[in-house]
Design a protein around this ligand. Sequence first.
Ligand SMILES: Cc1cc2nc3c(=O)[nH]c(=O)nc-3n(C[C@H](O)[C@H](O)[C@H](O)COP(=O)(O)OP(=O)(O)OC[C@H]3O[C@@H](n4cnc5c(N)ncnc54)[C@H](O)[C@@H]3O)c2cc1C
Length: 646
Amino acid sequence: MSAVPNLPESIVRVDPVHANPYNTKNGISHVEQAPLVQEPKSNGVPHTNGVAHTNGVKAEPEWLLHDVPVENQRPIRVIVIGAGYSGVYCGIRIPERIRNCDLTIYEKNDGIGGTWYENRYPGAACDVPSHSYQFSFNPKPDWSSLYAPSWEIRDYIESSAKKYGADRFIKLRHEVTDCEWREDEGKWHVKVKKPNGEIFEDTCEILVSARGLLNNKQWPDIEGLRSFQGEIMHSAGWNDSYDFTNKRVGIIGLGSSAIQIIPKLQKIAGAQLNCFIRGRTWISPPLAQGVQDKLGMGDKFNFSEELIEKFKKDPEAWLDFRMMVEADANNIHAVTLKGTEMQMNAQKAFEDGMKARLKKRPEYFERLKPSFAPGCRRLTPGPGFLEALAEDNVTYTRDRIAKIEPKGVVTEDGKLHEIDVLICATGFYASAAPPFRTAGLNGHTLQKHWYTRATNYLSLTTDQFPNHFFMLGPNGAIGEGSLTMMIESTGDYILKAIRKIQKENIKSMVIKPARVRDFTRYCDAYFNTTVFMDDCQSWYRKDGQGRSSDKVTGLWPGSTLHCIEALRSPRWEDYEYEYVPEPNGAEINQMSWLGNGWGLTQLGDNVRTVDLGFYLMPMFQERDIGVPLPGKPEENEQYRIRPWSY
Ligand SMILES: Cc1cc2nc3c(=O)[nH]c(=O)nc-3n(C[C@H](O)[C@H](O)[C@H](O)COP(=O)(O)OP(=O)(O)OC[C@H]3O[C@@H](n4cnc5c(N)ncnc54)[C@H](O)[C@@H]3O)c2cc1C
């Protein structure tokens, strides 16, 4: 008996999951299942089993219908590298939106959280409001602070992974050590190191790198670094058990991490800090001062119990607050554009703010004041940093470091600064090739491809690396606005690509080199109008420590809102495609995905008759189709807010 009333029993039924032809050994439809059309060719020779013969010469086999419903959910395997915000997002959305997809997320660390698992130094916290640094669909009303501490963000990412089941796919302590594209198979071969050190090989059709833009530690290139006999640590590899009490502490760096570490260590009893600071930087006021003012928080960052309770109990107040935080961040885009009023006002405000905070040692202002505009390097509010720098137990050493000796740091004037512990807050290799081999077409490696510059397409892929996508790849970060929304937009784009590959029987898709060139040109022209091309050294530039002559490879060329819209609707024509061969060797038919004329909703054993009219259900009406306003549909508010979003 047919499960669907009125469905003639004579029609071949296909179980969309188990009997679908892609579940067969070669992954391709068994030709006998498809109706064989016997049609004479122009030479009048009929076909049998799709293969024509003329005078003993084997002619081109005839193309045959694929016996699958139009959704074409052939099995596909995806490997994601990394389980930070980006990898977890993939682990939530891929199983939600793609069927028949076998997913594994390899994570080298012991735990989930990425940046926020690794960066545990005292003072580690986000420097943008936590409320615009979370998943849009999983808002947390009880962030303890406007700038949540590292452990709280890590807990949030981990609990999101558990809540939405992404943890099912995550293999901890599994480090990817090598990735190679095999063109003949249309597969990536991925080598993975297990916790016991053993290396095994896994394969997938699609490789997603979510390995983080700031994950590959950069140590300072200083003679004798390894000869130091005291404790030495990178800010992203903190030794939690080290006791800083009564210690002489050397700190190298003036990036976001050093700015957060210094005020915390300065307060430790008996600690003597020596900060080796060559560069200059702007220290910004809190990035969400407007929000703090509106909430009456003054200069405090922590939320009161009452406010958290209000956020929990009053969804409207909670949404209003979130909208205010988002709007605040998206409203300052002009501060990154050269010569705008907002940018010039910001510089004046920064100068005034820094002078006020350096009352104890006003001469430090001239030492720190950069010649570049605010924003050229990543802005960090650095609460307490300037005040700590001016304290009596802190030495601000500007002389260049000549070398490091077993007992401490020697500056160019020949002076030995004796220390017990050396902290290298010297950042990461950003926008650089991974620290493991990734070989694309013809064995061409990403290391070679990006030797001079990490060229890319919309931050999410690059030419010569088929079926390979990046979450937060080069040109993927943002100087202002919500990065997590950009992670979501990038993830959604990659999902569409995975689905396209699956549905359209694509063996490989690779971005055209010309489009990478065009995007690179776009980036360069765009960044010339911004403060990011000022004379500063920043991780937004090449390899994470770029010089002022280097181009910007770390940032998205535009605002967060610009990124969301740019990635919303992929331009599939920017890619080149190779298709899975036809099972009987016939010429490839790019419309084969149309399947057998059936829709998946109609097939299978558990079909509910009511589902066959799914497009009338309110959830699909609202989400997919939209209900037009009577009279003047174009006056719907949503088209004013996002004119092209449909
Ligand atoms: C100290 C610090 C502060 C920051 N503050 C902010 C902030 O306030 N606001 C903001 O927007 N951004 C901030 N960032 C940037 C931050 O990195 C991103 O916001 C975000 O966390 C990136 O998430 P991700 O998942 O893409 O990468 P990550 O969080 O870096 O995660 C990548 C994961 O990939 C794993 N991995 C890497 N290589 C391999 C491999 N070979 N095999 C297996 N696993 C691998 C890593 O172990 C890691 O868990 C900060 C970064 C740092 C370092």
